[in-house]
Design a protein around this ligand. Sequence first.
Ligand SMILES: [Zn+2]
Length: 413
Amino acid sequence: MMNVCFRLAQLGVVAGGGWLLVQGFPVLGICVALLACWYWLLDRMANRVVRGNTEPVSEDTSSFHDGCFIADLHADICLWRRDLMRKNRRGHVDLPRLREGNVALQFVTVPTKLVISRRFPRVFFRDLFFWGAFMSLQHPATWFSTSARVRLQLHRLESWIAQSGGAIRLVCSRSQLDELEGCRERNEGVIGVMLGLEGAHVLRGGLDVPWLAGNGFRVVGITHFNDNQFGYSAHGLRRGGLTQAGRKLVQELDSHAITIDLAHASAELIDDVLEMHGQGEISRPLIVSHTGIRGVHDHRRNIADDHAVAIAGTGGLIGISLFAPALPRADLAALGESVSYTVKLLDDAGIEGARHVAIGSDFDGAVRTVVDASGWERIAGELMKPAYGLTPKQVEWIVGANTRNFFADNLPD
Ligand SMILES: [Zn+2]
């Protein structure tokens, strides 16, 4: 039904552009007509892949990668209007590319808002997601409402799962993860998806933590690019940690078996959550689903070294991302450097580093990544290079086994 509405809206826009053209407004007519393919252009421009990673992968690497359980902690796949059943030339993820990448478990994370506060005066609609929804001819409810954006992305995920005929399965519980592992061992080609939320600002009105838990969300980031009612963002305008509402939210998420993701959180917010963990107010391990590490690249979207140590110390995961500025440069060697640095950092702190580092690609997160979802073989090949000092077993953990084991321990029954 939504697709029919979209096609009708597209036809309407093209007809409107044509009408303006014949009325003697050629530039305006062409601009209006371009609206019909804006969603395509936006996806293509925003989600790019670094060129030049064409070096052939050795047979040894290829067979090693075939035996790995590949898992990705973070990707914004359902944000985009894209046919996920066929191989696209835009974006980073679709079913054929997940298969090429031998991906076993893929997070589908839901972002809903990005307000540019500094550059635009208040009179403008400053939320980039408004413009994305409007220009992509999405349902008008999603132009303004973050909860409608959550529901739309859930709807896209449900459609993808339904179309896949069993090839894609939602994983919400430990038994579903066990089933997925069984399918992978039997080479049935099934791919598990898990749901995450990027930014808890949506939790108002109709949406609350029980709703998230009931709809399969198993990871929630407190803040995204903006400060919100629960706390402050690493990218926000003011400094601060958790608010009172934020403290309650953290406890409620923990009690609903939802893992707290500290990606994009301010340093003070990370301190507050760690303090709550230290005082036993929450018990579940913490993660940073997609980040870089300050000791390698000092950028505010990256996590400080001592925070990485403290988060791993809760039994958590540090998901290294696949783009600059999470990485110091947008290339595979920069990923290798970041991963090996983080492993060594944790080892030096007395934590077995290779058990706590994972990959959180941020595919389809409006970033230029070093590979797309078909390129996991290259990631494994890079991490196997002797320069990084990682054993094949450790690489296997980092490219997926750590993520699988973490959720095997932390998903509800
Ligand atoms: Zn993000």
